[in-house]
Design a protein around this ligand. Structure first.
Ligand SMILES: [Zn+2]
Ligand SMILES: [Zn+2]
Length: 116
Protein backbone atom coordinates (compact mmCIF):
# COMPACT_ATOMS: atom_id res chain seq x y z
CA UNK A 1 0.00 0.00 0.00
CA UNK A 2 1.23 3.45 -0.91
CA UNK A 3 1.79 5.70 2.01
CA UNK A 4 0.27 9.18 1.74
CA UNK A 5 1.90 12.16 3.31
CA UNK A 6 0.84 15.77 3.51
CA UNK A 7 3.41 17.85 1.65
CA UNK A 8 2.75 20.80 3.95
CA UNK A 9 3.16 19.28 7.39
CA UNK A 10 4.74 15.96 6.42
CA UNK A 11 2.26 13.91 8.41
CA UNK A 12 0.98 10.54 7.31
CA UNK A 13 -2.47 11.04 5.75
CA UNK A 14 -3.15 7.45 4.72
CA UNK A 15 -5.85 7.02 7.34
CA UNK A 16 -7.34 10.50 7.14
CA UNK A 17 -10.90 10.65 5.83
CA UNK A 18 -10.94 11.56 2.12
CA UNK A 19 -13.25 14.52 2.86
CA UNK A 20 -10.42 16.17 4.74
CA UNK A 21 -7.84 15.67 2.04
CA UNK A 22 -6.80 17.40 -1.16
CA UNK A 23 -5.04 14.61 -3.01
CA UNK A 24 -2.78 13.42 -0.21
CA UNK A 25 -2.55 16.72 1.66
CA UNK A 26 -4.64 17.85 4.59
CA UNK A 27 -7.41 20.17 3.44
CA UNK A 28 -6.62 22.41 6.41
CA UNK A 29 -2.94 22.60 5.44
CA UNK A 30 -3.80 23.45 1.83
CA UNK A 31 -6.18 26.22 2.90
CA UNK A 32 -3.66 27.65 5.32
CA UNK A 33 -0.95 27.67 2.66
CA UNK A 34 -3.31 29.34 0.20
CA UNK A 35 -4.29 32.12 2.55
CA UNK A 36 -0.61 32.72 3.33
CA UNK A 37 0.23 32.96 -0.36
CA UNK A 38 -2.64 35.35 -0.85
CA UNK A 39 -1.56 37.51 2.07
CA UNK A 40 1.95 37.67 0.62
CA UNK A 41 0.76 38.79 -2.77
CA UNK A 42 1.20 42.41 -3.63
CA UNK A 43 -1.83 44.53 -4.27
CA UNK A 44 -2.16 45.92 -7.74
CA UNK A 45 -3.09 49.47 -8.63
CA UNK A 46 -6.82 49.67 -9.29
CA UNK A 47 -6.26 52.17 -12.09
CA UNK A 48 -3.22 51.06 -14.07
CA UNK A 49 -2.71 47.54 -12.70
CA UNK A 50 0.96 47.82 -11.72
CA UNK A 51 2.16 46.05 -8.61
CA UNK A 52 2.19 48.32 -5.57
CA UNK A 53 4.70 48.04 -2.71
CA UNK A 54 1.93 46.90 -0.38
CA UNK A 55 1.07 43.33 0.38
CA UNK A 56 -2.52 42.28 0.82
CA UNK A 57 -1.76 41.66 4.45
CA UNK A 58 -0.53 45.23 4.96
CA UNK A 59 -2.98 47.14 7.09
CA UNK A 60 -4.57 50.06 5.26
CA UNK A 61 -3.43 52.46 7.98
CA UNK A 62 0.13 51.67 6.93
CA UNK A 63 -0.43 52.42 3.30
CA UNK A 64 -0.32 55.51 1.14
CA UNK A 65 -2.77 55.76 -1.74
CA UNK A 66 -5.33 53.34 -0.41
CA UNK A 67 -8.86 54.44 -1.16
CA UNK A 68 -11.42 52.87 1.11
CA UNK A 69 -14.07 50.97 -0.81
CA UNK A 70 -12.04 51.14 -4.00
CA UNK A 71 -8.57 49.77 -3.37
CA UNK A 72 -4.89 50.50 -3.67
CA UNK A 73 -3.41 53.04 -6.04
CA UNK A 74 0.22 53.07 -7.16
CA UNK A 75 2.19 56.19 -6.24
CA UNK A 76 1.96 57.51 -9.79
CA UNK A 77 -1.81 57.30 -10.01
CA UNK A 78 -2.19 58.53 -6.47
CA UNK A 79 -0.08 61.61 -7.15
CA UNK A 80 -1.92 62.31 -10.36
CA UNK A 81 -5.21 61.98 -8.53
CA UNK A 82 -4.25 64.36 -5.76
CA UNK A 83 -2.91 66.91 -8.26
CA UNK A 84 -6.20 66.91 -10.08
CA UNK A 85 -7.73 70.32 -10.19
CA UNK A 86 -11.42 70.64 -9.65
CA UNK A 87 -13.92 73.15 -10.71
CA UNK A 88 -17.45 73.49 -9.47
CA UNK A 89 -20.62 73.20 -11.45
CA UNK A 90 -23.54 74.81 -9.64
CA UNK A 91 -26.70 72.78 -9.01
CA UNK A 92 -28.96 75.25 -10.78
CA UNK A 93 -27.02 74.87 -14.00
CA UNK A 94 -27.61 71.10 -14.06
CA UNK A 95 -31.22 71.46 -12.94
CA UNK A 96 -32.09 74.20 -15.43
CA UNK A 97 -30.34 72.65 -18.41
CA UNK A 98 -32.31 69.54 -19.38
CA UNK A 99 -30.38 69.13 -22.61
CA UNK A 100 -27.18 67.17 -21.92
CA UNK A 101 -25.34 68.57 -24.88
CA UNK A 102 -26.17 72.10 -23.88
CA UNK A 103 -25.15 71.31 -20.33
CA UNK A 104 -21.85 69.91 -21.61
CA UNK A 105 -21.21 73.18 -23.43
CA UNK A 106 -21.93 75.22 -20.33
CA UNK A 107 -19.74 72.99 -18.17
CA UNK A 108 -16.92 73.44 -20.66
CA UNK A 109 -17.45 77.18 -20.49
CA UNK A 110 -17.09 77.08 -16.71
CA UNK A 111 -14.02 74.92 -17.13
CA UNK A 112 -12.29 77.46 -19.32
CA UNK A 113 -13.38 80.29 -17.04
CA UNK A 114 -11.82 78.44 -14.11
CA UNK A 115 -8.51 78.34 -16.03
CA UNK A 116 -8.30 82.12 -16.13
ZN1 LIG B 1 -0.87 18.55 6.81
ZN1 LIG C 1 -1.42 53.09 -11.03
Amino acid sequence: MIKWTCQYCGEDTTRVDIDYLVNTDHLSCVLKAESQTLANEFDHCILCGVETPYKRSTHIDMRIGYIEGAGQLCSKCYNQGSNNRHFTVPDWLVENTPNDQELGGKVREIYWESKN
